[in-house]
Write a protein that binds this ligand. Structure first.
Ligand code: NAP
Length: 255
């Protein structure tokens, strides 16, 4: 009988948790524990790091995990690397549930950069109003450009004095975000530049549509490199993989 470890933290992970639950497949959902009130899941849930790749390998053995699905955010690179290493060490099949990256659409003005440090230096020298849609963990890179006013959208309210940037406005929210709401947000805050991570998917692309509508330039941070691993964008394909040991259209694996 399969026993799936689902590495979560994305809307895709929550959709897969629902599907596994409905299909009656035994699974455990894992959260990093970075947000104060994570979305409740219909699966047994554990919270917190495993202790690196070795700790994860121990967990896989101790819990008799038969399949690992990495549905973490494409920028959660450490967790994904650990999953590759632990699955290789224990011989556990691994599949990534991951959206394809966004591609610029007609009328979008992107500056592609490889990482956050490059994103900070891609902004203009003159003070500007910037929507920094990059999450709490990545703000330090922008401390080198303190002349800008940064609009931050965070899941949890930051502790007073904890932000590394001198001029900020903070709004709280958890996706999905509509293009109409994001356009209103950009207008209200007089935003001139958007900085975004190339997450892919629909839940957070509203800001790109909003920026396009307002003619704003976007500094787009490309995804970190990860080891090669099987991946799919489809929750149904994950269920097929768990049942048959292969993605739809591939030959089933031998027991
Ligand atoms: P990360 O840098 O790749 O991971 C750092 C450490 O956090 C990992 O080494 C692992 O600790 C622990 N960890 C991460 N995801 C975990 C999970 N699902 N279950 C158990 N432990 C986990 O990850 P991150 O960028 O901090 O992201 C943390 C979580 O937030 C992830 O679940 C991710 O899906 C979600 N998230 C991230 C982003 C983003 O932009 N990075 C955006 C939206 C959501 P050990 O080494 O001790 O096992």
């Amino acid at each position: 009988m399969p026993h799936v470890l689902l590495l979560g933290g994305t809307s895709g992970a929550s959709q897969l948790a629902q599907a596994l639950h409905r299909a009656g497949i035994a699974a455990v959902f894992s959260y990093a524990g970075v947000t104060r009130a994570p979305v409740a899941q219909p699966l047994p849930t554990r919270v917190g790091g495993f202790g690196g790749a070795e700790g994860l390998a121990q967990f896989l053995r101790a819990q008799a995990i038969s399949h690992v699905v990495d549905a973490t955010h494409p920028f959660a690179a450490q967790m994904s690397r650990n999953a590759c290493a632990a699955c290789a060490a224990t011989g556990t099949p691994l599949l990534a549930l991951e959206r394809a990256p966004w591609q610029p659409q007609a009328g979008e003005r992107w500056v592609d950069v490889p990482d956050m440090a490059a994103a900070a230096t891609a902004l203009p020298q003159a003070p500007a109003r910037v929507f920094l849609a990059v999450g709490r963990k990545q703000l330090d890179a922008f401390a080198s450009q303190p002349q800008h006013h940064y609009l931050l959208r965070l899941v949890d309210a930051p502790a007073p004095g904890s932000l590394p940037l001198p001029r900020t406005s903070v709004v709280l929210g958890r996706g999905p975000f509509s293009a109409a709401d994001d356009a209103a947000l950009l207008r209200t805050h007089g935003i001139e530049w958007l900085v975004a991570k190339n997450a892919g998917g629909e839940a957070t692309r509203g800001k790109l549509d909003a920026a396009r509508g307002l003619g704003l330039p976007v500094v787009m941070v490309q995804r970190p490199g990860l080891p090669d691993r099987p991946r799919t964008e489809s929750v149904q394909a994950v269920l097929h993989w768990v049942a048959h040991g292969a993605l739809p259209g591939e030959p089933p694996s031998m027991p």
